[in-house]
Design a protein around this ligand. Structure first.
Ligand code: 13P
Length: 341
């Protein structure tokens, strides 16, 4: 396939395909495995991810790329094949998480800043050799209006880091997935999420321009505009779609080829229904698809539960969720398709 950044970015969001975010750090995947009663070891993490990457139907039809963690991009399947080769054989593009996580921002209680710029040029060169053609960096913007969170300083520091990361990626021939996640964990209402997301994306595109990042060779990975989980409100897909698209029309240049959402703690079907509603009110200047972690993996993790005898069930669950989200990326999903399955 083409090595031009613009072509890689276009391929990531083409034809209703989306990304599988399988880049959980060792700490996060342990939490997921705790839920299904599986011990997290290098081998169990490998077995689980190998099961996903070998799911032919899902990988060839619905998944354009996989975001990997440092351990996984270097790991081999049980038969010795590099996991990266299994992903490539399915036609999907390997990607890599390169940030070092969100750390407390000094002087701003409740705010974080994502670290990982030091040595990034060298790490990107290494990941390119290992097969990565896109990368991910996640900035975390929490909302707590009682404490003035997020501060303008946090939005500034996080978007500046995203821009420096994105420029280094493009220098290395790697498409940057730019992820400024406004968390849905709080008690805030949907209007507050819209305002904070708008301030964040406005600043983000200022910073990307200033850093001379070529927008045609980037993908945005944002949150949807939603009420906080602890607000007690679950918004209708129509409201989520209207507010999310209004936000992007105001802030995301049309030069950006694609927007691939994180799921952020939405229920599986909620994440699908909202993506579908967003595409149903198109056409839009950008492709809008999924880059889900939890909303693609919760069902297969449960079905698998660490047993080799459950691999087929895990793969069926993955194929179903990937299929549903593929339809949603085309605006062709219906709730009745969930019951039929
Ligand atoms: P979730 O879909 O579980 O939010 O994860 C996506 C992701 O990659 C967050 O960085």
């Amino acid at each position: 396939m083409s090595e031009r950044l613009e072509d890689i970015a276009a391929a990531i969001v083409a034809n209703g395909k989306g990304l599988l975010a399988a880049d959980e750090s060792s700490g996060t995947i342990k939490k997921r495995f705790d839920v299904i009663g599986v011990e997290s070891t290098a081998d169990s993490r490998r077995d689980y991810r190998e099961m996903m990457f070998r799911t032919k139907d899902a990988m060839t039809r619905y998944i354009s790329g996989v975001i990997l963690y440092d351990e996984t991009i270097r790991q081999k399947a049980a038969d010795g094949t590099p996991l990266v080769d299994i992903i490539k054989a399915s036609g999907a593009i390997p990607g890599i998480k390169v940030d070092a996580g969100a750390k407390p921002l000094a002087g701003f209680p409740g705010d974080t800043v994502t670290e990982g710029l030091d040595g990034l040029r060298e790490r990107l060169a290494d990941y390119y050799k290992l097969g990565a053609r896109f990368a991910k960096w996640r900035a975390v913007i929490d909302i707590d209006t009682t404490r003035g969170v997020p501060s303008a300083t946090s939005i500034g520091a996080n978007t500046h880091a995203l821009a420096r990361y994105a420029a280094l990626c493009q220098e290395a021939g790697i498409v940057p997935i730019v992820e400024p996640e406004v968390l849905m964990d709080g008690t805030h209402d949907i209007g507050t999420c819209y305002e904070v997301s708008k301030a964040t994306l406005t600043k983000l595109y200022d910073e990307l321009y200033a850093a001379r990042v070529v927008l045609e060779g980037t993908i945005l990975k944002p949150n949807m505009v939603l009420s906080g989980k602890k607000s007690g409100t679950v918004d209708s897909p129509e409201e989520v779609a209207a507010k999310t698209i209004k936000l992007f029309r105001e802030t995301v240049p049309a030069a950006v080829p694609g927007i691939a959402f994180l799921s952020g703690g939405q229920e599986d079907e909620e994440a699908t229904a909202n993506l579908n509603a967003i595409n149903a009110i198109g056409p839009h200047p950008w492709k809008l698809t999924f880059s889900y972690g939890r909303a693609l993996q919760a069902a297969p993790q449960k079905a698998w539960s660490g047993k080799a005898s459950n691999v087929a069930a895990g793969q069926a669950a993955f194929t179903h969720r990937a299929h549903m989200n593929h339809l949603a990326a085309l605006g062709k999903w219906k709730a009745s398709l969930e019951q039929a399955a």
